[in-house]
Design a binder for this molecule. Sequence first.
Ligand code: ATP
Ligand code: LTN
Length: 332
Amino acid sequence: MKHIVSGIQPTGSLNLGTYLGSIRNFVKLQDTFPEHHFMLFIADLHAITIPRDRLELRKTIRELAALYLACGLRQERLSLFIQSEIPAHSQVAHLLQCFTYIGELERMTQFKEKARRQETGVSAALFTYPVLMAGDILLYDAEYVPVGEDQTQHLELTRDIAERVNSRLGAVFTVPKLLTPKVGARIMSLTEPAQKMSKSDPNEKSRILLLDPEPVIRKRIMSAVTDSDTHVRFDKENKPGISNLLAILSALTDIPIETLEQQHAHSTYATFKQHVADTVVEALRPIQARYQALIQDPELDAFLDAGRDYAAKVAMRKVAKLNHKLGLGRKG
Ligand code: ATP
Ligand code: LTN
């Protein structure tokens, strides 16, 4: 079975950036790749590389599982699971660390950024985070990995590790390919459009959460930072705020940015923002309704159990193969 694999960390509530950069893309890819099986997981082992409150983490894991499904993923050809429920993820991370150089990890920009922001100590796990991620992907012989642009460097490292293992031990892993969405791969903050919209930004006004009530969504968009010009035009350099709103609108409607520019050639910023706000509200309404039903539904647990069982079987086989190739344990 050919696999497409991706994960999201259960940290903070899901925002429009994560939705457009990843989940919405998964939904579309289910049509683009009708032969592939989708393996999507909640990266809770990644989340604890920075200290978390346990009750908050548990709540977010469930919320994320329900949101994944609420966003319209079809359940056939999908295994949704929780990373920590599959011990093979931790196992393979150690094995792959034996094939990763410290210098490679020191170059990771996400590590450098997150380490800089840490007020208490920086955990060794934050440093080895990309190796755990490589394991998530290689365990399942993923052919494609759909992620936002910020994950490109991690995916390059994953490919390097896979090639290194294959050249030392013979063919063990499929070398995965990156899949980023054409529009929406990098949604920016509404208050500082030079930075990506992020769950961990302390300024709540910088983002829209998928579960935000309608008035909040409208307020955030209407007060999004723009510029002193008056033309609705895509120009990331000089008009990052307006360009970001155009990208959001384009990603949600599948209308090319050039067409949107033409449609809004004579709009004021206020009219344009109103249109973006209406579109976001309409797009999120059905997701919010499905979420409310799913979060209380015991079927959600049944689906996560099935996902866990499928993933565990595939992953265990891969770890056994790797152990064997490395000469670990007894011959069996
Ligand atoms: P943080 O914002 O705290 O650094 P994160 O949102 O980057 O965390 P994840 O939740 O694990 O971390 O990201 C899940 C997926 O969403 C990844 O594929 C990531 O590339 C994508 N993503 C995250 N933020 C954005 C964004 N602003 N625009 C587009 N894609 C994004
Ligand atoms: N690091 C990723 C989340 C992640 C992931 C993965 C994505 C962990 N393991 C495997 C794709 C495949 C992030 O988006 N921050």
